[in-house]
Design a protein around this ligand. Structure first.
Ligand SMILES: [Mn+2]
Length: 317
């Protein structure tokens, strides 16, 4: 099979607090569960991610009869020290900027996904989108969010781009051939970040500015915010944006959070009973639950099991 028929997907991770592999497992399982295409998953990481986790992810992907490669990313302290904001996040926010350098040149197209995404759709749909010669396909942010983010990043009003040129970069369809031809992505990104060392939205703002005029806007379905109500039923790529405490593994307060748990269950990363217990302990804030906590918690768990295709009788006899 030629490289052009294989769907290449990239994830990156800096496992600063530990436990990120579980979220990667749910994210990757969501890609693999929903497609019949040949998929090759690439993972950029550094030594913070335990070798045992990489091995377990690799075995999971092999179980789906798909391909996997992992790559160690090294970034000089001399660069990290000059961009102090990185310490507030992790150096992981820079890893995907090495995509054109680390992947083989015969890989011409790739989908980058944040590990806080769930692909509740056939990934093929996004992969075969026509980019019309542009370098990347991205989903635009709302005008309000774009204005706010650019104002935070460029408080002096010196933004190189307009709000309608700002996008979320948690899901990216990249034409690596065009990127390599027109850019040295790593070099340009680092010089951009050194020029504006106080950026809040580091890699996102750098990418939108570097690819200005070379971005194809994609439909919102490929990077839906986690507040979208119909998530469980509507296909799309769900992105759990926002602070860490609101991620579905910390708090199930939105209907689309259930998707994370569903695919975690499918990944077989941890024992199903453990997934269920963890899920049950994280359900919160749901209006239904506030009104009648005991009865409704049972209902939410019952719906969850049903969606995972698990025998209800075992748990509700
Ligand atoms: Mn994200």
């Amino acid at each position: 099979m030629s490289q052009q028929n294989i769907i290449h997907v990239l994830y990156v991770v800096h496992d600063h607090f530990g436990g990120t592999a579980q979220h990667l497992a749910a994210a990757m399982a969501s890609v693999l569960e929903n497609t019949k295409s040949k998929v090759h998953i690439h993972l950029f990481h550094n030594p913070t991610l335990p070798a045992s986790d990489i091995d377990k992810l690799s075995k999971m992907i092999k179980r789906y009869e798909q391909e996997f490669d992992s790559y160690v990313v090294q970034i000089d302290d001399s660069i990290l020290n000059k961009i102090p904001r990185i310490a507030e996040y992790t150096p992981g926010v820079l890893y995907h900027l090495k995509v054109a350098d680390l992947l083989k040149e015969n890989i011409e197209r790739i989908i980058y996904l944040d590990f806080d995404t769930i692909v509740h759709d056939d990934i093929q749909r996004l992969f075969e989108k026509e980019l019309n010669g542009k370098c990347v396909g991205l989903v635009p942010l709302s005008e309000k969010s774009s204005k706010k983010m650019l104002a935070e990043d460029f408080p002096d009003g010196n933004s190189p781009i307009l709000p309608n040129e700002y996008y979320n970069t948690g899901v990216m369809l990249m034409d690596l051939h065009s990127v390599r031809e027109k850019h040295d992505l790593w070099k340009e990104s680092i010089s951009f970040l050194l020029r504006y060392p106080k950026l809040q939205y580091l890699d996102q703002t750098a990418l939108c500015c570097i690819f200005k005029g070379e971005i194809l806007p994609l439909s919102e379905r490929y990077n839906c915010g986690a507040t979208r109500k119909q998530g469980v039923h509507t296909p799309g790529i769900y992105h759990y944006k926002g602070p860490w405490r609101t991620k579905p593994w910390n708090c199930v307060d939105k209907k689309v959070s259930v998707l994370y748990w569903k695919y975690l269950m499918k990944s077989q990363w941890i024992d199903p009973e453990e997934v269920l217990l963890d899920f049950a302990s994280k359900i919160c804030l749901d209006e239904m639950l506030v009104q009648n906590p005991m009865k409704n918690k049972k209902k939410v768990i019952r719906m969850f099991l049903l969606r995972c295709g698990i025998d209800l009788k075992k748990y509700f006899s």
